[in-house]
Structure formats: structure tokens, C-alpha cells
Write a protein that binds this ligand. Sequence first.
Ligand SMILES: NC(=O)c1ccc[n+]([C@@H]2O[C@H](COP(=O)([O-])OP(=O)(O)OC[C@H]3O[C@@H](n4cnc5c(N)ncnc54)[C@H](OP(=O)(O)O)[C@@H]3O)[C@@H](O)[C@H]2O)c1
Length: 329
Amino acid sequence: MELSHTMRAVEITEPGGPDVLKPCTRPVPVPGHGQIVIRVAYAGVNRPDALQRAGSYAPPANASPLPGLEASGTVVEIGPGVTRYSIGDKVCALLPGGGYAEYVTTPEAHALPIPEGLSMREAACLPETCFTVWSNVAMRGGLKAGERFLVHGGSSGIGTTAIQIAKALGARVFTTAGSDEKCAACEALGAEKALNYRSGDFVAMMHDEGGAHLILDMVGGGYLPRNVKALATEGRLVQIAFLQGPRVELNFAEVMMRRLTITGSTLRPQSDLAKARIAAEVEAHVWPMIAAGKFRPVMDSEFPLEQAAAAHARMESSGHVGKIVLKVE
Ligand SMILES: NC(=O)c1ccc[n+]([C@@H]2O[C@H](COP(=O)([O-])OP(=O)(O)OC[C@H]3O[C@@H](n4cnc5c(N)ncnc54)[C@H](OP(=O)(O)O)[C@@H]3O)[C@@H](O)[C@H]2O)c1
């Protein structure tokens, strides 16, 4: 198929608020060794896109400067060395950047088939959150059936994914969110208890249960010492963001005396090989959860590509529950 040489995209014109996202025209990307070009149907919107837009999360070297970490669509071109996918295959993929565009390139090892029973719209929302949740909750956090799991921000894209995956793993799931309506949505998804953090204390909630074996946290700041208190002996805390800032005073004697583990990770700067390993695990463990009806992305809203600024404004209003997508095709 003959591709046009230019495409519609949305760029970050300068660091700032949602309005710095503007439609633009860019050359269609050319696939390198082991890479595929996807004609994007839908692109997922994630909080790290907003951090990049604001100038506090630079893309890695060699990544597209355009925002967008995940998409679904059709393979329209393959680079040398591609073995799994052919032109015409429908995929969803983790991207190094560039998802807010008609075409995007990514290593084929970071693409997965569209799960049976899911639309392209839903599939666009899977890679960034599933890779992040699986790698931090299962691979790094080692969550096991029967353990008590606490995820903060339960109504977020990450939170709604973590609740369902942890539940499917057989864990007891607890969460926090910023309103009673969001808490009700989290409990409908499978959380045993969702606490409105504006009126309740999650440390007390977890103490009543015997402490958390694993906490997935995106809040940081004052949550760090409280998370330590909420952990059971030998508990693990996995940090994936710091919405309230990364600096805090912490008494590490508690970590030592109760043999706690504090760790964390970010997905984007990891090597292609590390992301390919996560992709293989996600396909082996999360895709069957989707097939079994145990996990489905929670969809909040859809915006046309050209209205990416409105999509970011919605995400930053924190009025959403679940995922926001851009319709590109
Ligand atoms: N490490 C990684 O590789 C990685 C990858 C992807 C995302 N992330 C991070 O994960 C987080 C979620 O990402 P997302 O795309 O799912 O974004 P999102 O849907 O916008 O989620 C952000 C959530 O944070 C919640 N929140 C803010 N302050 C809170 C508090 N004090 N207590 C509890 N919840 C609080 C908000 O809920 P309320 O309105 O209820 O407060 C909101 O739902 C972001 O911080 C993002 O940067 C990290």
C-alpha cells in the first residue's frame, strides 16, 4: 500500500497547559529494524502525556517528540527483521512516543494482538496501563493470591486496571479515591473496600485488616510515611509517581524493624528488551484475564485527535473515571 508522505498529528508547541497542544502536519515515520508502522485508530491519553506537555517528563533519546504512549490500529508497513506481524494485522502497542498522530512506529515486540471481544477503542487503552500495572504489581511487587493489596487513585486509568488485575490474581483489593462516587465505581470493579481519602484514613483501614502486603502508590509526598505505617510486616511498597512530590522525611527504622521493601519504576526509559519481556508477560497473563471476562478497560470519554487539549483538560480536572481516548481515524 502506498502511504502518503505526511500525516495529521498533535504537537506540544511549548511547555505549558493543555492549550499548548496544537494540530500539525508531520512526515509519516519510517520503520527501523524490527519496527512496524501502525495506522492509528485510537490513541490512549495518560497522565505522563500531561507531564511531558508541562515540560517535566522529557521523551527518551530517539523517541518521537510527539506525545502518546499507546495506540490501537492496523499495521501498514513493516521494517527489516519483522517476523510476527504482517500488513493488515490489527494490533495495540506500547509506544516510545508519537501516538497522537495518524501513523506511528514502534518495535513489533511491543505490539500485541487486539484481545478477542474488545473494540479498537478499548484496546488503545490497554498497553500503557497493563504494562505498568503488571510490571509493578506482579513482576516487581510479587502480588500473590490471598494477599491484601492497596492501590491509591483507584479511579484512575492505572487504578481501574490494577483493581481488576489484582482481583483476578486472587488478591483482596483495597483502594482510595477522591469522592464517594469514585469509591462506588471502584467497588463495582472488584475492590473489597474503597476509601474516600478526603474523609477517611487509609492507614486505619489497612490496620483493621492486618496491614497491606503490597501498596501501589502514585501520590507520594505525605503518603510515603503513611504507606509505611499501612504495610504489614515484610510488606512491599511500589512507587510509580509522586503527584504530591518526591521529597519527604521518613523514619527508616520502621523499614528495618518490620523488614519492609520500598521500590518503584517508570516504564518509558526502560530498554526495548525490558519492554518486550513485559509485553510477553502481559500477553501470557493479562490477555487470558480479558478472554475470561475478568478484566476490561473502564472507558471514560473520547475526543477527536484535534481536540487533544480538551482531553488533557478533562484528565487534569480529575473528573474522569478510567481511560480517555483520542479518535484518530
Ligand atoms: N511509573 C510508570 O511507569 C507510570 C506509567 C503510567 C502512569 N504512571 C503514573 O500513574 C498515575 C496515574 O496515571 P493515569 O494515567 O492513570 O492518570 P489519571 O487517570 O489522571 O490518574 C491520576 C489519579 O490520581 C488521583 N489522585 C490524586 N491525588 C490523590 C490522592 N491524594 N489520593 C488518591 N488519589 C489521588 C486522582 O484521583 P482523585 O481525583 O480521586 O484524587 C486521579 O484519578 C500518574 O501519576 C502517572 O504519572 C506511572
